[in-house]
Design a protein. Structure first.
Lengths: 271, 342
């Protein structure tokens, strides 16, 4: 499953500077694609465009060469899963039920079993599919299986975030877009989540993720896209994108790059 | 019920609610100014037969239909607006429907003196107008209170106050124009009553309301997805705008019909889903059907109270539900106080 964005333009009426201009990028299977950029650079807007919830003024987003603007939501949901930045839930609901929401595309509600939309979205439904197993597997991946019967509203911020990650993975898509999935997590869980994402990428999924920690990006990413003022500053292998001059250009802070031998990886130090 | 599987627990709960509805129906049918002998209801020579078959039974059935509708519509609106305070009677949908209905009553009388309306049209005109005005109110409320897929609950409630003021003025004006007969009808609309229940009302209501409620039940998975926001619902595969339109139209339709047969009955749509959520959580797969059953039970009991407390006269049922629901609403406001601060 590959996602290609070509020449995306997006602006809002009352602002002279466009939100996104001439943005082109590819999110490829087998890669953990990290998107970096300062606050307000347009990362979340870009994600909304890539996932089809905002239509750009011009430009094209395709998944496997098919224009996403021509797809129904249920078809899109069989290709890509999205985690936007944290959402509030106003009602008390079990963690199990939150994760189950990710399985909506496998349900028949509102769809006739014989309809082409149903066939389309269930092409990858496993033969032995069971809701309980799917929820359990997703929960184990992000270590929330002990919370399944808890009320979502009683969870901590980090636990809520992991529950939503499990919900997104339960959707079982080959393309996954995650906007700051580790923002509320402690150090150990940050590493655990990134390792899971890396493993999923290795299995062939295409994964794009916004994070802010450049050192974690250098350690885990297969590909880094650096965004500034709604434009792509660089998009390439990590060691080609991150160096002290690009970081200074984008973040306006002096840094140096060094090789950390203990982890055998380039790292960044603020001067 | 600890240690039971969730599905088994839900099954037990739904059986309890069905049994409760059955018990409440028997209770409602047996109570009243006239004391019924059950042995007499099959003998069509007795007044027991007449009271049971032409007064109590249609009234109980109508009460069940209306109670179920108010419970389900309350739960659906709260799911759509993502807030437990969004009750159709509280945010002005019911009073909009009542304005539509009462305007039709007053003007249809005048219209009838000019042209002869076929009975089918004049019978369906009141519910139709109630539906249309209720729909208009719902759409306006949604436009006003919803920004970027989130609901501003303060704006929703304040807009509800404004709409109630406007519809109140409208109904007041109609009261001024109305003659004595119409006046009694209008009072009935603003406080609610099942006094006029008969088999025609039961038939019309069930014909419109039952399909509409069944369709609302099919939206339960979508309503669950709405709990994590409209954007997420779209990512999960839901046609968000279409689903919103379906829920709004079905709710306005149901409330319109219900108001045109029973008047405004407040707070059932607020209290019932709230209590059911405490019992089973917010999963709409259970919340909607359980709210239907519990709404019917609660309204049967309220109507029995309305008929018996000052028998042989009777209270408007809206007074009873407001006396129970008003304090409950204040309690919810206190609980939600922090979120409501502007």
């Amino acid at each position: 499953m590959k996602l290609i964005a070509k020449n995306i333009q997006l602006s809002v009426a009352d602002q002279s500077q466009p939100l996104l201009s001439s943005v082109s990028l590819q999110i490829l299977p087998g890669q953990l694609h990290v998107i970096l950029g300062p606050n307000g650079a347009g990362k979340s807007t870009l994600f909304a465009v890539l996932s089809g919830s905002i239509t750009p003024d011009s430009g094209l987003v395709t998944i496997n060469d098919k224009n996403i603007a021509s797809m129904a939501p249920i078809e899109l949901s069989s290709y890509r899963a999205v985690l936007p930045q944290a959402e509030q839930i106003a009602f008390s609901i079990n963690v199990r039920e939150v994760i189950e929401l990710g399985l909506y595309r496998f349900s028949t509600q509102g769809l006739c079993r014989r309809s082409s939309a149903y066939q389309q979205t269930n092409h990858d439904k496993p033969n032995n599919f069971s809701i309980d197993n799917a929820v359990q597997a997703a929960a184990e991946k992000f270590m929330v299986n002990h919370l399944l019967d808890r009320d979502y509203l009683t969870l901590s911020g980090g636990e809520k975030q992991r529950v939503h990650l499990a919900r997104v993975f339960a959707q079982n898509c080959d393309l996954i877009l995650l906007d700051e999935p580790i923002a509320a997590l402690d150090l150990a869980h940050q590493f655990h989540v990134l390792e899971q994402l890396k493993a999923s990428a290795k299995e062939g999924k295409a994964i794009a993720v916004v994070i802010h920690d450049i050192n974690l990006a250098l350690r885990f990413a297969d590909h880094i896209t650096l965004i500034k003022d709604g434009q792509i500053h660089a998009s390439d292998r990590p060691d080609h994108v991150i160096n002290s001059s690009t970081v200074e250009n984008v973040y306006r802070i002096k840094t140096e790059i060094y090789r950390d031998k203990s982890i055998n990886c380039m790292q960044l130090r603020v001067l | 019920m600890h240690g039971m599987k969730p599905t088994a627990t839900r099954l037990v709960q739904s059986l309890l609610l069905v049994a409760g509805l059955f018990a409440a129906s028997i209770f409602a049918l047996s109570q009243g100014a006239f004391s019924i002998q059950w042995s007499g209801i099959l003998d069509n020579q007795t007044s027991h037969h007449a009271v049971f078959w032409s007064i109590r039974l249609p009234r109980a059935l109508l009460t069940i239909l209306v109670g179920a509708s108010l419970g389900v519509c309350g739960a659906a609106m709260q799911g759509l607006f993502r807030n437990p305070l969004a009750d159709p009677s509280l945010i002005g949908i019911s009073s909009g429907a009542a304005l539509g209905a009462s305007a039709t009553i007053v003007f249809a009388q005048h219209l009838r003196t000019i042209i002869e309306l076929p009975e089918a049209i004049s019978l369906s005109l009141t519910p139709l107008m109630a539906f249309l005005v209720g729909l208009l109110v719902t759409l306006v409320l949604y436009q006003l209170s919803s920004q970027k897929g989130k609901t501003n609950i303060a704006i929703l409630l304040l807009a509800g106050v404004a709409i109630q003021a406007i519809t109140g003025a409208g109904i007041g004006l109609l009261t001024y124009l109305a003659d004595n007969n119409e006046l009694r009808d209008l009072t009935f609309w603003s406080m609610g009553s099942f006094n006029a229940a008969n088999w025609t009302a039961v038939k019309i209501t069930s014909l419109c309301v039952v399909p509409s409620l069944l369709l609302l039940l099919t939206q339960s998975k979508a309503l669950n997805a709405f709990m994590i926001g409209e954007q997420n619902a779209f990512y999960l595969g839901i046609r968000v705008e279409r689903t919103k339109r379906i829920i709004i139209i079905l709710t306005a339709l149901t409330i319109g019909i219900v108001v045109s047969v029973s008047g405004i009955i407040g707070f059932i749509g607020l209290v019932v889903p709230h209590l059911i959520r405490l019992l089973v959580g917010a999963n709409h797969n259970f919340l909607l059907p359980f709210s239907a059953l519990f709404g019917a039970i609660l309204l049967l009991l309220a109507d029995t109270l309305a008929r018996t407390v000052i028998a042989p006269a009777e209270l408007p049922i809206g007074i009873i539900t407001a006396l129970i629901g008003g304090p409950f609403f204040l309690y919810l406001l206190i609980k939600q106080r922090r979120q409501l601060l502007l």
